[in-house]
Design a protein around this ligand. Structure first.
Ligand code: SF4
Length: 342
């Protein structure tokens, strides 16, 4: 772990290092946008530039209000259901993925589909299809009301059950306890998922699982950063929306380590009472929260005397995903447009 003063990061407007008091901010790294979120937002922006508004987007492209509002201002129309997209129009699937039923419905309505599903969510879908074809009962560890779980479950709805905690594992019933496989949501708490998977292994000793864990690198890295730094802070502020799974998990990780934490949309959500008697505030952001909101929070803290801002890099992160073929082809087919970077 390396601690770096961000005084050199003047473009962010966050930097000063006033050591006249002992109030400080620890800015965790990695934080904020992951590769899947960057890709999904790029897809909407490129689609708007290439095809022009309106472009329909099924569900929030990523779970962040600021991002959604910004794209809506540029001409994206967010809908909950494919039925809300006029026939023949262009629709983008969100980073959380969709079920085959949604794909089928889009076909029936003759929609032009651009798929912004994160490749790491697609990986879980592929695993679900594989296990279902091999005759396994599937246990999907995750949160029932999350868009990602709805999409993954849709790959094999007849053989899939969702569990969210150890108690639900105990209540599971399957036709053949020797033919059970599990998968997980990509944005779970690593600790919670480990306990649930352990309970599954105890209940079904022959249970099969994914080749590599389904919890994604971005979720893991952000949680690891909190685990490394929370003990040095009196308070952890996580920038993210209330419906962002990985952001909520960051708050839980901090609280489980004994450091209080809050999930905040932006600086206006900070209750000044939270800062009473607090010397060190750690700031991080969920995978769908833009850096501009982190800057806003740090500026708020600086105004309230937190003059020292240190960026603490727990591990490097350099993941990038290519654009989907339908976007690349569209760019190449557009007049003068052949320069898509994939
Ligand atoms: S949090 Fe993980 S699974 Fe979700 S979009 Fe980002 S990289 Fe993909």
């Amino acid at each position: 772990m390396t601690a770096t003063s961000i005084d050199t990061l003047t473009p962010t407007g966050l930097a000063t290092n006033d050591s006249s008091n002992d109030k400080r901010v620890l800015l965790l790294k990695p934080r904020g946008f992951c590769a899947g979120v960057v890709r999904a937002i790029d897809i909407v922006k490129i689609a708007l530039e290439t095809f022009g508004a309106p472009i329909y987007v099924r569900k929030e492209i990523v779970h962040n209000r600021f991002v959604v509002n910004e794209l809506a201002e540029k001409g994206a129309i967010f809908v909950d259901d494919i039925d809300q997209v006029p026939e023949g129009m262009r629709v983008i699937y969100s980073a959380h993925g969709v079920s085959p039923a949604v794909r089928e419905h889009s076909k029936e309505r003759k929609l032009k589909v651009i798929d912004a599903t994160c490749p790491l969510v697609t990986k879980v879908h592929v695993e679900a299809i594989k296990f279902a074809k091999q005759g396994y009962s599937l246990v999907l560890v995750g949160h029932r009301d999350h868009d990602e779980i709805e999409g993954t479950m849709g790959e094999a709805p007849d053989v899939t059950q969702v569990v969210s905690n150890v108690e639900e594992v105990q209540a599971l019933q399957v036709p053949d306890p020797n033919r059970v496989a599990y998968l997980t949501q990509t944005t779970l708490s690593l600790d919670e998922a480990r306990d649930i998977i352990q309970a599954l292994k105890e209940k079904f000793p022959n249970i099969a699982g994914p080749h590599s864990q389904d919890i994604c690198y971005a979720t893991e890295n952000r949680q690891t950063a909190v685990k490394n730094v929370a003990h040095n802070a009196d308070l952890v502020l996580v920038v993210g929306s209330q419906n962002s799974s990985n952001s909520n998990r960051l708050v839980e990780v901090s609280k489980n380590l004994g450091t209080n934490g809050y999930l905040i949309e932006n600086s206006t959500a900070i209750d000044p009472a939270w800062l009473e008697g607090i010397s060190t505030v750690a700031v991080t952001a969920g995978a769908s929260a833009p850096e501009v909101l982190v800057e806003d929070v740090v500026a708020y803290l600086k105004e309230r005397g937190y003059g020292s801002v240190e960026e603490v890099e727990v591990m490097p992160e350099n993941v990038r995903f290519g654009l989907p073929p339908e976007i690349v082809q569209a760019i190449q087919a557009a007049p003068g447009g052949t320069s898509a970077t994939v």
